[in-house]
Design a protein around this ligand. Sequence first.
Ligand SMILES: [Zn+2]
Length: 298
Amino acid sequence: MAATLDWYGCATFRLRIAGLTIFLDAYIDRVAGAPGPGLRADDVDACDWIVVGHSHFDHLYGAERISANTGARIIGSYETVRVMLAAGVPLDRMICVSGGETVELGPGVTVSVYPSQHSCVWSHRQMAQPDQVCLGDLGVTWQEQQARFAKLRAFLGTELDAGAVDHLRASAQGARGDGGALVYLFDTPDGSVLYQDTSGYWTGIFQNLRPDVAILAAAGRGNIDGDPIQGSLSRFVARQAELLRPTRLILCHHDDWLPGFSVDTDVKPIREELARVVSRTELLELGYLDGTRILPAR
Ligand SMILES: [Zn+2]
């Protein structure tokens, strides 16, 4: 049976596979004026599972409502589960993971969980276009990263418009940091799909994964084994493609989901870099909710 993918903007997707409806992240509501399908989490009326990459609002906010409206079970970090419990989701409807687990989602469909890394959001203010080369910021301690992140928060408080600030307030669910980023590898009779929702990875993990389809985040300063990439976002995406060697690659988090902070990412430099280093990988460029068939991969 074919698998289809609907992009809801930011890093949120609906994956339909083997009779299951699975949300990858759950952030559907948007700041007024941000591009997207114009839906809210409350509009989702069918869902079996919600798989959450990390606990920031632009990934998790909405999962509590999708679960309440559909009975969907949530898989996420211990922090994601703590935040969702506080938002009223019953504990027995959630599975805490930290990497190393394989969860059966339905007949013939499993998802395996791997530890990952968050993008180096502390290293910039506004996001950059993917051909911009960024250097330095190596070996920055946790304390210094926190200090820089506080400056970013202050910047957002002054740069974003009042509507966006209201949205940030409404979507603030009290997550303590990102909760530990995770990547997921779905295995199905028709092939495998890797899902990453923030630009970071561990080399030692990615070099041993061989998904048919890779969904990769293209936003901010990429994180490789704990340090920011020395180079561009295009190079960062391409390095992952070189490690994973997927048949198909899909980008996420690259739309202008929070104007004033995010950018409307120009995909062209990423497309060109991928063509240069992994010419056999096909880049699929999804529009919102276009039901792209992603499996079988050939
Ligand atoms: Zn995040």
